[in-house]
Design a protein around this ligand. Structure first.
Ligand code: 4NP
Length: 182
């Protein structure tokens, strides 16, 4: 069998995950761990799990170490997803470790901009709204369900399901260019 003549650094970049995505909300117990779970499922369905690093974090520090909110865990479980993320706060290192940092609403984005250590880091910040289908009269952000009833959690999962599918398509068809090193 022929052994391809790649050097060590080429082999490493071929093996390295192509997309490193951090989803961010305020508490990191409702929306962003749900986004993490939804995106994990999409990449697994597409046999692409080894090409992605997917994580979530919060700008607040109210729930550090906690599992996602029990209402979100139940809603996700009904859709076949087991959310086991432990809440953590966004760090400066996240801006180095991830290619895209995706906030759920305008307040998350404003908080992320304050945390970004450099202009390059700030360029990694995106809004989940970029991938939501607003043409259908829908939301251009993912609303906070924490003080809402059960329907708020279902709405978040619906928005994230279609939004993350569009994000996956954008990334894997080359429509979205990660501004790495830009
Ligand atoms: P999340 O929802 O940002 O979607 O995780 C929230 C969870 C907790 C709080 C606010 C929003 N809180 O104020 O504790």
């Amino acid at each position: 069998m022929e052994i391809p003549s790649t050097n060590a650094s080429e082999r490493q970049s071929a093996d390295a995950p192509a997309y490193k995505i951090l989803f961010v909300c305020l508490g990191n117990i409702c929306r962003s761990p749900a986004a993490e779970g939804v995106m994990r499922r999409i990449v697994e369905e597409n046999g692409a799990a080894n090409r992605f690093v997917i994580d979530s974090a919060g700008t607040g520090r109210y729930h550090i170490g906690d599992l996602p909110d029990s209402r979100m865990r139940s809603a996700a479980r009904r859709r076949g997803m087991n959310l086991i993320h432990r809440c953590r706060q966004v760090t400066e290192a996240d801006f180095d470790n991830f290619d895209m940092i995706i906030g759920m609403d305008a307040s998350n984005i404003a908080n992320l901009r304050r945390l970004a250590p450099t202009v390059e880091a700030e360029r990694k910040i995106h809004s989940m709204g970029e991938w939501l289908d607003t043409a259908a009269g829908g939301y251009d952000y993912v609303p906070d369900p924490y003080y809402e009833g059960a329907e708020g959690f279902e709405l978040v999962l619906d928005l994230l399901d279609s939004g993350c599918r569009r994000l996956y398509q954008d990334l894997t068809t080359g429509n979205h260019h990660l501004n790495k090193n830009s």
